[in-house]
Ligand binder design. Sequence first.
Ligand SMILES: [Zn+2]
Length: 345
Amino acid sequence: MSVEPAAGPRPAPGHTTVPTTGPTTGPTRVLYVAGTGRSGSTVLANLLGGVDGWVSVGEMRFVWERGLLQDRLCGCGAAFSACPWWGEVLDLALGPGTGAQRRALAERMHAELTARTRLRTLPTHVVHQRARVSLRPDGELEHLTGRLYAAAAAVAGASVVVDSSKLPTYAAVLDALEDVEPRVVHLVRDPRAAAYSWTRVRAQPDLGAGALMERRGAWKSAALWLLWNRGMETLVPAGSARYVRLTYEDLLAQPREQLDRVLRTLGLDGGDLGALLPEPGVARLGVHHTVAGNPARMRSGLVPLTLDDEWRRSMPQGQQRAVTALTRGTLRRYGYRLRPGAPGR
Ligand SMILES: [Zn+2]
C-alpha cells in the first residue's frame, strides 16, 4: 500500500478543487469500530491497534475538528500539532500548506462532515448504500478522507487502519469511498452500563487540566444507544462478510477468543495474538497516535482488561428501569437480560 505525496499548494479557502494526486496501489483496508459512546470502543481499538502490522488512529472523523482546529492531545501525549507522526501523515495526505491554509481546509471539511453525518441523514445513506452509489464520488471530503487513511497506513507501514469513529453515518461515508475497503466490527454494550457511564464525572485530560468528559442523562443515552446501534444495522446488507458484531462483555470475558472470532469472520489475518495478550486478562499495549477518544487511549504497557460493571451496584433503580424499558426489544435481541440483577449479561 502506498500513497504519493499530495501536490501543493493547498487551494484557497472556499475553493473546492481537489489537488492533483499521485497513484495509489489498491484501496486501504480500514477496520471500523462502530457502536455508541461509552461502549468500550477505546479498549477494543487499543487491542486492534496492537495487532501486528496494524495501526489505530483513534476517531478519524475528528481529525479536522479536535486535531487540526482544537489541537487536542494525541494518544502519544503530545499536542496534535506537535505530534511528528500526525505531521508526517498530514503532509503526505494534504501536501504542503501554511497553518492558515490547513486551518481553512479543516474548517471546511469539519462543516461538511458534520452536515453529512447528522443522524437525520441516515435514511439517505441507506438508500444510496443499497443502490451502490456514492453521494458525491468526486467530492473533496471523499478524496481527502481516502488520502488520510492511505497516508496513515503508509507512515505506519500498516496493512490495516483501525478507526474507532463509531458513528453509523460516518461508516456510510467510508463505504462510499473508492479507495477505502472498510470492514465493520460493531461493538455493543449493555445500554444500562453505557447510560451509567455517561452520568459519571470523569476527567478529560486532552481538554486541559480540570476539564471533564461530556455527561448525558439516562434517557438521552438510551435513545442514542438505540438509534446508533440500529442505524448501523440498517446500513449493513444481510449476510455481509464485512460486518461482525461483538459485545463489550464478551470481549472482556474472552479477549483472545473474541478477537480471533472477529478477525476470522472479517477475513483478516491478525497473526499470533500472544504478544498482545500475554496472559489471561492482561494486554500489552503500545503507544497509539490516536485523535480523540476516551482518556484510556493513552494507556500503554501491561494493562489489565477488567470488566466495568459498576452500574449493577451503583446505578439508581429508576434509571435502570427507564433504560431497560426504552431499549427492551433490542436489548434482548443482543442477548442481554431484562432483569439486570440476574447473573450473566
Ligand atoms: Zn502522536
